[in-house]
Design a protein around this ligand. Sequence first.
Ligand SMILES: *Cc1c(COP(=O)(O)O)cnc(C)c1O
Length: 383
Amino acid sequence: MKVPLLDLKKQYEKIEEEVISATREVFESQQFILGPKVEELERKIADYCQCNYAVGVSSGTDALLIALMTAGVGYGDLVITTPYSFFSTVGAIVRVGARPIFVDIDEHTYNMDPVKLDRTVSALDEEQRSKVKAILPVHLFGQSADMGPILETAETHGLIIIEDAAQAIGSDYEFMDGKVKRAGTIGQYGCFSFFPSKNLGAFGDGGMVTTNQEETYERLKIMRVHGSKPKYHHSIIGGNFRLDALQAAVLIVKLKYLNEWTEKRIENARLYRELFENEGLEDVFLPLEKEKRHIYNQFVIKVRDKRDELREFLNGHDIGCEVYYPVPLHMQPCFRYLEYKTEDFPVSIEAAEKSLALPIYPELTGDQLSYVVDIIKKFINQN
Ligand SMILES: *Cc1c(COP(=O)(O)O)cnc(C)c1O
């Protein structure tokens, strides 16, 4: 049996006609840059995320970049984030001239550990603390970071929050008082990606920034077109961060199915749990569902040891799997100048050594899920 890590062709089969007719409209209009399709998508994403405004941008990476630029984060500033994320979380911080301060993750959720965040901010001297401008939590693998205490730390120190929600569209966070908010709408900026492998994927690159503040929304729109308003008059320096109409047309079609697809991912996660529990595989640690709604962009297990051998074994049995991420960001050669040591973030290091993402996409069958668990069991029994 073949079980790829992701099979987008299966999804395309179901929406082919709709997508083709939506893109044909764009071809016929010959309006490719921004325009009504992008505006329609922005309204629908704002509704979906339960926030006031959304601004379509060229990628998830550019969403982070434009949010930092719009927030005025720049040279000499400090931004707090985790070393366990996709590269662009930190790449964006450095590209605006700021310096990242890392905080280790929680071992069960892979998200920023709020206790360590507070400890890190409190340990800074007066001068450093005055340079910290933002906290950039990542909602990794589709589960919201623990935003309640992160928000408290931000408010105590007068910091803004820019959420990296690239993997978390539609995931929810419940506050202590029972209030529920969608990932990406809790801080001042929420950054989303429509990279094809995300839960809502375009036919190319795309992204979105969400906000609840009108002033921020207006500034984001100006920043997206080189800081130009009116046209050819620049009071700020922006860039070309535009989402194109073809991607918007595809995404409008796909957004209608997003809840259905997400529910199937959640159901697959439930099935995996049942299968693993029935087998009594004690050396496989399943992802903890700590927050309100985990949307399972990835289903990431941890194993006691021999993760790389397991990966090979699965590949040898036609099962796709991947390590997100093999090298924590504080260990990347390009960030050596930050002078972090490997052991500074032991939880991230452990996650990089022991975690493995299994197939979780909506179109998987029960047989495929059983097969994955069977092969993992076979590996564990042999080792
Ligand atoms: C995918 C991703 C990004 C970047 O999005 P692109 O659209 O690929 O630029 C940023 N952060 C995280 C956590 C991601 O998963």
